[in-house]
Design a binder for this molecule. Sequence first.
Ligand code: BF8
Ligand code: SF4
Length: 644
Amino acid sequence: MCDSNQCAHSHEHYHHHTIDPAAAEMLEKANREHIETAWDRYEQQKPQCGFGDLGLCCRNCLQGPCRVNPFGEPKEGICGADADLIVARNLLRTIVGGAASHSDHSYMAIHCLKLAAEGKAPYQLKGADKIKSVAAKLGINAKGKSDNDLALEIALAALADFGSYDDEPMKWLKASVSAERLEAWNKLGVLPKNPDREIRTAMHQTSMGVDGSPVNLLLSCLKLGLVDGYAGLQMGTDVQDILFGIPYPVKTEANLGVLSHDKVNIVVHGHMPEVSEKIVEWARKLDGEAVAAGAAGINIAGICCSGNEVLMRQGVPLAGNYLSQELAIITGAVELMVVDVQCFMPSITKVAACYHTKVVTTTPIGQLPDAEYIPFTHEEADKKAQETVRMAIAAYAKRDPAKVQIPSHKSEAWGGFSVETIVGALSKVDAEKPLKPLVDNIAAGNILGAVGVVGCNNVKLTQDKVTVEMVEELLANNVLVVATGCTAHALAKYGFLSPAGAKKYAGEKLLAVLTAVGEAAGLGGPLPPVLHMGSCVDNSRIGDLLNALAAYLGVAVKDLPVAASAPELQHEKAVSIGTWAVAMGVFTHISIAPFVLGSPLVSKVLTDDLEGLTGGKFYVEADGRKAAEGIMAHIRNKRKALGI
Ligand code: BF8
Ligand code: SF4
């Protein structure tokens, strides 16, 4: 790591790694400085294990590892588990991993809300409107109660779902979905109870010698997808909006060019706004100390979903998505990267060791041996944030100008498109029935349909490529696109999140709609062609929007001309979110199949039979433009069925 022998490849060399010129520039610098990145380690992993890739390896007991040969013998593991069973068990454990991550995330946010409402943690409740709407949906009587009291009741209602010991389905789920879905899920027997209990039960179900029925295991996959969707995403977003405010439109910039040459650069990375919001707050308050230390101030930039959270509410610029996390450090200009949970590579401390960059971990479960650990308890958040920001200021003096190279690339990007924002903008066109203009334009064919494009980067695919090609095609064909997660970062980098992007990418009819709504909403021009709806947890916003549209039309979500896509998924969370989407009845494109192809049965259920059960299914296509075609074929079928 980091000796300085010369062996530079040119920019061109990295074009199969990424289409992002800033990323390519940093990969070249990494190569020059002999710094390993995820792409190098991917090469070292090749060829990746075929049994693992097909999902045919089982390590669920110590008689294994067992593997099943898709082309011959052995056809079963030692206990007799065959390919279908091993694959189904492994898939359920993957979804459990995602559902556990998301519901633990939301549990932390609920804990923060409870402490804040009790006056025990230094967080103001900024989402007064959300307190009212969430209380209303949960059936909490708001009469005569202060925001604080209501927020405490909401926190306790969330905790009650996690603590319930009866056999009732999760109350938060029941409060968030349509009667049609409740009935469909009840019929399938997949309505989750206490989410913690479902996670425990699924781990039990998949252990050696319990469930031998692949179909039963797949039904549990749906149930755990719903745990992800409602105990993770929905609760997480609802509670975070109460704490930090409902997002409203905000303009910022994206890509490594947002890092500053003369300011203290702090990168927030991970997922928890309890941490990143406090860093932003204290960076602003301590700006003078940075100036006293010889810098021009403090600059915050975001990676991954922490970046999305503070972009949505604070307009903080995005440094990059998942595969750019090491590259941000390689600029040599980052004083400090602060992480909390999920999606930070263990490699970042090794890369940081080549520069003056400090890495700070903040949670008991998310530690790195060579990082500084500043335990960010909710009660002490102010103190810990100050300590972190001051550590960054102190590091600025150690920046080595000879090692600094900040790519110039950055693009204008707009965020903050909560459902409240979208409905608000539409209500400027029709105050009484805000969804009417959207629905009318869909019915008239000005908007062909809508697609939620979500998820990660994956080193197996050229960074951002499938996403950009697919979204270009969708927009050109007048499909409205909303985005979250690292996909939103990807699209931000190429101007899809800016009003100027509407003229560049949107088909004529879509452009006319975006312009009419944007002008009515007082933006003085079109809406961006891709609406940034937030972090991965904020996928619940897409769910809320779909529910509202379906309710307005008097149909089910499964009948809408819409689809979801995770064009570069990598994390277990993306698999569980996808499972939630298909459970809702949404046609869901993925570019990389999870480890299921070793089971023809599981593959067929996921990509075909599922449609008969929930109305949704998975569709696998690795080529962006072909994926857009497949998605639009689905949308056209749904339009036809609706008679439009
Ligand atoms: O939760 S998109 S790489 S950062 S998992 Fe991770 Fe994937 Fe990015 Fe956000 Ni979501
Ligand atoms: Fe092998 Fe069965 Fe044990 Fe899995 S559970 S490792 S298939 S014996």
